[in-house]
Ligand binder design. Sequence first.
Ligand SMILES: NC(=O)c1ccc[n+]([C@@H]2O[C@H](COP(=O)([O-])OP(=O)(O)OC[C@H]3O[C@@H](n4cnc5c(N)ncnc54)[C@H](O)[C@@H]3O)[C@@H](O)[C@H]2O)c1
Ligand SMILES: O=P(O)(O)OC[C@H](O)CO
Length: 316
Amino acid sequence: MVLADAGNDVMIWARREEVAASINDRRENVDYLPGIELPRTISGTADPEQALSGADVVILAVPSQSLRANLPAFVPYLEPDSVLVSLMKGIELGTLERMSEVIQEVADVDAGRIAVVSGPNLAKEIARREPAASVVACADEDVVTMLQKRCHSPAFRPYTSVDVLGCELGGAYKNVVALCVGMAVGLGFGDNTTASLITRGLAETARLAMRLGANPLTLMGLAGLGDLVATCSSPLSRNRTFGEKLGLGMTVDEIYASTRQVAEGAKSCSSIRALAEKTGVEAPIAEHVDEVVAGRMTTSEMMEAFISRDPKAEMY
Ligand SMILES: NC(=O)c1ccc[n+]([C@@H]2O[C@H](COP(=O)([O-])OP(=O)(O)OC[C@H]3O[C@@H](n4cnc5c(N)ncnc54)[C@H](O)[C@@H]3O)[C@@H](O)[C@H]2O)c1
Ligand SMILES: O=P(O)(O)OC[C@H](O)CO
């Protein structure tokens, strides 16, 4: 919708024919955005070749852990100079790769053709055309400027960055922090607890991002602090809601059975924890959230563990 509002013709690829038909015939994605009328310049198809024919910009937005399996169906139909844009906020289990790294590996394209968009962009608010800002990041400054123009709509203001790593890590990490904040909310704790977790979550994210080579200022921006605040504060966030249900006593299996939407942090807590361990960075929030999601610790035990950790200086 942002791209259509910014003046582009948009083709959505859907896995199921009936979803593509509902986009074309009813101008609505009944399963995922019920009640939102889609612009006429959006059409749907279930055919990857049709979706990619003539597409100079390709937006990728499947659940992170399914990207590697999905890409081979698209790669043969990519236009030679098309730019691939990831909206995904996750770190791949096993490889510990960011989504841009998975794309580069599987599609075998230069880093200058791969971009990411990340920021405080809860889907329902974006679809209601409520004002929001975001970051478009790519190693190639000409590409990023082109993409900024292509997605600047009356309600959506994109900023540019060349820090792909920082934007991706901020987007993936905030989901894990939102799970943690949701758990605290589910346990009945208030704003002091959630603000403390958000702030320490940002410190933890910045610590790992800097070790991996990101610009620390990226984490103070829309793809870091901005998205962290939105996701941790909003009942619309799937990750915060997932955590809240855990705090209320539901099991992970019960939560998965209660929704068809993805809460990326429930998987990325494990890959981010492993990435932190691999690089020697202390990551207590990722570590404890992973323990809770794996069923090895309760949410109450997690909160007790945070408070009783060894005392230390704040700026570490
Ligand atoms: N929803 C948001 O507010 C929002 C905002 C910014 C970024 N993101 C990111 O975008 C990515 C996609 O999230 P979403 O909100 O669209 O999730 P979603 O759960 O709302 O929708 C996921 C879509 O992927 C499809 N899907 C599910 N499993 C699949 C598979 N194995 N292969 C192919 N398609 C599959 C579903 O049918 C659905 O159309 C995530 O990484 C998320 O973090 C989401
Ligand atoms: O609903 P969530 O928790 O996946 O968060 C959505 C977006 O990432 C917010 O920017």
